[in-house]
Design a protein around this ligand. Structure first.
Ligand code: SF4
Ligand code: SF4
Length: 255
């Protein structure tokens, strides 16, 4: 009998507790979210869809193609394509693929990334109609400048320093000195040319001398010719007197 009364009192007590709880929350605003009309405000550490952040200030890509995320991934769902730039000698990212159909959102890739490039976003709505559509490429993974700034702020990550812009320029500048080094080699031929010029200059005077000599030689020859012509004229003129003399001589002998 006493046991039955005790259980009835205990039941009434719990009924009153329940009614008191209902009375307390009757005037309160609801704390539940009506998803998908209202999106939940998730914490920054929530591990949702993976994405590649850019520098929020300069919008440059942060991935340096080190492949640490690719190596650490236990599901092997990251595929990076990169090549070594012939100009800068550094790795350049060509494509970045993540298969979200394989990913288990462990966050290991985000832990090892040295540039805080790959991050877990708060996006968890990735349902699609095929598994191929769950493979995100570089374009689909890359966040905008505003989205990157939002997640850097939400995850309390330091803003990365901008990459050194003149990276390719030093190579060009290094190439210029090389040209400069090669340039002196080019002037060498000109230096040789002057030598040739000097030789020519040496020969030139000889040539000039020669012409002078030739001129001098020609002058004498001309003079000689003139003299010869004079002599020939004299000789031509001379025989006449000699002939006259010859003619005169017989006259003398005759006389
Ligand atoms: S979260 Fe884990 S499983 Fe997913 S890509 Fe990163 S390392 Fe791989
Ligand atoms: S660890 Fe970071 S920087 Fe290195 S390849 Fe992955 S995303 Fe790029």
């Amino acid at each position: 009998m006493f046991g039955l009364v005790g259980r009835a009192v205990e039941s009434l007590y719990y009924v009153c507790v329940g009614l008191w709880t209902v009375a307390k929350h009757t005037g309160r605003a609801p704390i539940t979210k009506e998803f998908p009309d209202t999106m939940p405000d998730l914490p920054g550490a929530f591990r949702g869809r993976l994405a590649l952040a850019v520098n929020p200030e300069t919008s440059e890509h942060l991935c340096i193609s080190c492949r640490q995320c690719e190596r650490v991934c236990p599901d092997k769902c990251i595929d990076i394509t990169a090549h070594k730039s012939p100009e800068t000698g550094k790795l350049e990212l060509i494509d970045f693929k993540i298969d979200h159909g394989l990913c288990m959102f462990c966050g290991l890739c985000t832990e090892v990334c040295p540039t805080t490039c790959i991050i877990n976003t708060n996006d968890f709505e990735m349902s699609d109609y095929s598994r191929e559509a769950l493979i995100y490429d570089l374009k689909k993974l890359t966040l905008t400048q505003d989205e990157s700034a939002h997640y850097f702020s939400k995850k309390y990550l330091p803003i990365p320093k901008p990459k050194p812009k003149p990276a390719p320029k030093p190579a060009a500048a290094a190439a210029k000195p090389a040209d400069g080094v090669a340039a002196p080699a080019k002037p060498a031929p000109p230096a040789a040319k002057p030598a040739e010029g000097a030789a020519a200059a040496k020969s030139a005077p000889a040539a000039t001398d020669k012409p002078a000599g030739d001129a001098a030689a020609t002058k004498p020859t001309a003079e000689k010719k003139a003299d010869d012509s004079k002599d020939s004229e004299k000789e031509k003129a001379a025989p006449e007197p000699s002939a006259a003399e010859g003619k005169a001589e017989p006259d003398k002998t005759e006389g």
